[in-house]
Design a protein. Structure first.
Lengths: 524, 183
């Protein structure tokens, strides 16, 4: 086998070896994408269990202890297993194609950073079958819930987080090295596609904060097993310290999730508006500003722990400040569409829905940033609704848009436009039915993370559950659409799948050959 | 410079940055947090042992000091202040006691952790002697009066007429039995 990947025709052993030992950025991107979709379905299954139990007041299906494990695992699997690897997969596939590089800068580290991930999630998921159950302390794992009162399996959870962190850091270093050293001649930083820009900023965030998360779980590990007292008041520690360390990681983390989504949308909207992106350089600076501000606002997650008034005011105003660069981005997307020759193919539908729903989620975020009002909203379903609007309608919609947008380039076949649009509308309607009512529940005072609720919350919970089942069904449709496209899609060999698309990735044939840009392309 | 060499530079720098952030989280953030709390008085932590200095007793002011006790989740002892509150003049050393009773049939070791509200007075509440400076062993069934001597600083901000001192008692028997943990 001189060139080209092994296929099933070469036998099972060769085929499996290809995927296990691959150092090809396209193969690894594919692995990341399939893995993240599997995790997305797993985390979605946990969500279905949660919504089924909350369909009616009272306990019907599961015990409260198991409910707590479900909310925890849903959050962990979705954040670390579904969304983050999905965007790393997109980065692996698209960044070399977009900057005209033959591969990622560090192909073998790329292989390692993917292949430790399945082990991390196998360890994490296995805790559900252990005595005492899996992690049940919420995805934010506040001490002492996650230390003194944690189930025995917490050590496996800590180890899994360490592995995920190592994987993310290696993936990020790879992206930084690729973007810094492998750009085609003529591609200066300020000519890079915005997806590349947002990813390189995300990569810097990851290198900076994943070690802080590793530090937080390491301190937990020491407290649990080695008698230290970082978070234990009995030994002179402080549980509130945990919240500071966690959110010092956690707030940049939410921008790690959303910045690549911004990048995807900034590629798609110009294509289907047939206009260049409005305000390219302001987009770059806004992204950098958001990344910088994300480091100095963490305590807005902790307004209720007790802070001096000066602290509350500082974190309130700093948080509101983030709305400025975010507003610049939304303005630019809308202005890109203004007077464009718009068409509404599936990727564009998902992108427009992204802009609308993400902005909505941004506004509820502004409401939450008001320290005085947050005393009321804190830990209610209003918060749950807020972050699902930015994470699901933000990151997941944008990821879905990316799949439809680049799928023809990946597999050389066109998806069924009707099926794509049907899937969009099912997802869009299901999503809003699921999460819009949670705003009302939260404002009415329903706390999050409980397996049961008062009778006054019954109606909207039932509506929310129905929406969640519809939205879950939309993901099965997405899987169906992707598989049908790969198996039976109409072949499309043209280099430029979309009429208005710009960029180097649209100069290679479809499907993209196994090796591209062996010789650096001309970039003007 | 070749691509390989510049890649290596990026990797080394990034790994160095990542390791630095890890060290920052474990070795810098916790002491920084403690220092911040100490300066601002947040968290209501009171200071270490205080050596009394000769100060005038400000008999023109009266401050009520209230005492609260609570047990951490699994702590079975009876633990309470022997008086609910005292009225003191700033500058005057006052001795009070807490009562502790190990009601179990096992020898146990406890540690009391103080907290003070309002939190901006932490700097003006001095303890010359306190059971909280050490851990408290009690044999099975034993009782003890635990002594505390404090002085309210005469510089106590005007307008503060009442201070509440709370102790939470923790069971640290396991930790005290483990010599490594005591280091």
């Amino acid at each position: 086998m001189a060139h080209g990947p092994a296929t099933l025709a070469d036998g099972w052993r060769a085929y499996i070896s290809r995927w296990v030992f691959t150092t090809n950025h396209k193969d690894i991107g594919t692995l990341y994408l399939w893995f993240s979709f599997a995790m997305f379905l797993l985390g979605g299954a946990f969500a279905m269990v949660i919504r089924a139990e909350l369909f009616q007041p009272g306990m019907q299906l599961i015990r409260p202890e198991f409910f707590n494990q479900m909310t925890t695992m849903h959050g962990l699997v979705m954040v670390f297993g579904a969304i983050m690897p999905a965007f790393v997969g997109l980065a692996n596939w698209m960044i070399p194609l977009m900057i005209g590089a033959p591969d990622m800068a560090l192909p073998r580290m790329n292989n390692l950073s993917f292949w430790i991930l399945p082990f991390a999630f196998a360890i994490l998921t296995s805790t559900l079958f252990m005595e005492g159950g899996g992690p049940n302390f919420g995805w934010t794992f506040y001490a002492p819930l996650s230390t003194t009162y944690a189930p025995e399996s917490v050590n496996f959870f800590i180890f899994a987080i360490h592995i995920m962190g190592a994987s993310s850091i290696m993936g990020s270093i790879n992206i930084i090295a690729t973007v810094m050293n492998m750009r085609a001649p003529g591609m200066t930083y300020m000519k890079m596609p915005l997806f590349v820009w947002t990813w390189v900023i995300t990569a810097f965030l990851l290198v900076a904060v994943m070690p802080v998360l590793a530090g937080a779980v390491t301190m937990m590990l020491m407290d649990i097993n080695f008698g230290t007292s970082f978070f234990d008041a009995a030994g002179g520690g402080d549980p509130v310290l945990f919240q500071h360390v966690f959110w010092f990681f956690g707030h940049p983390e939410v921008y790690i999730i959303i910045l690549p989504a911004f990048g995807v949308v900034s590629q798609i909207i110009p294509t289907f508006s047939r206009k260049p992106l409005f305000g390219y350089s302001s987009m770059v600076y806004a992204t950098a500003a958001i990344a910088f501000l994300s480091f100095v606002v963490w305590a807005h997650h902790m307004f209720t722990v007790g802070m001096p008034i000066a602290g509350e005011l500082y974190f309130m105003y700093a948080t509101m400040l983030i709305a400025v660069p975010t507003g610049v981005k939304v303005f630019n997307w809308i202005t890109t569409m203004y007077k464009g020759s718009l068409t509404f193919e599936t990727p564009m539908l998902f992108s427009i829905a992204f802009v609308i729903l993400f902005t909505f989620g941004g506004f509820t975020g502004l409401m939450l940033s008001i320290a005085a009002a947050d005393m009321q909203y804190h830990d209610t379903y209003f918060v749950v609704a807020h972050f699902h609007y930015v994470m699901v309608a933000g990151a997941v919609f944008s990821g879905t848009a990316a799949i439809y947008y680049w799928l023809p380039k990946w597999c050389g076949k066109m998806y069924n436009e009707t099926m794509g649009q049907v899937q969009f509308w099912v997802a869009f309607i299901g999503f809003n039915i699921a999460f819009m009512p949670q705003h009302f529940l939260g404002l009415a005072g329903m706390p999050r993370r409980y397996a049961d609720y008062g009778l006054q919350f019954a109606d909207w919970n039932m509506v929310s559950s129905i929406g969640a089942f519809i939205y879950g069904g939309a993901q099965i449709m997405l899987l169906y659409n992707v598989i049908m496209t790969i198996k039976f899609g109409k072949p499309t060999a043209e280099e430029k799948t979309w009429e208005g698309a710009e960029g180097l990735e649209w100069t290679v044939p479809s499907p993209a050959p196994y090796h591209t840009f062996a010789k650096p392309p001309e970039f003007k | 410079m070749s691509t390989d060499a510049s890649n290596r530079r990026v990797v080394v720098k990034s790994l160095f940055g990542a390791a630095g952030m890890f060290a920052f989280a474990i070795f810098v953030l916790p002491p920084m947090y403690d220092l911040f709390c100490e300066i601002t008085g947040l968290g209501g932590k009171t200071g270490d042992e205080y050596t009394a200095v000769d100060v005038r007793v400000d008999t023109s002011r009266e401050v009520r000091v209230r005492f609260v006790a609570s047990n951490n989740a699994s702590m079975p002892w009876i633990f309470k202040p022997t008086q609910d509150s005292v009225v003191v003049h700033p500058g005057e050393p006052t001795e009070i006691t807490y009562f502790a009773h190990n009601v179990t049939d096992q020898d146990m070791v406890s540690q009391a952790i103080p907290s003070l509200v309002p939190n901006n007075v932490a700097d003006y509440f001095h303890k010359t002697e306190c059971f909280c400076f050490e851990n408290q062993p009690l044999a099975a069934g034993d009782k003890a009066d635990l002594k505390l001597v404090f002085i309210i600083d005469p510089d106590l901000p005007v307008g503060v007429n009442s201070v509440t001192l709370s102790y939470t008692i923790f069971d640290i028997t396991d930790r005290a039995a483990d010599p490594i943990a005591q280091l």
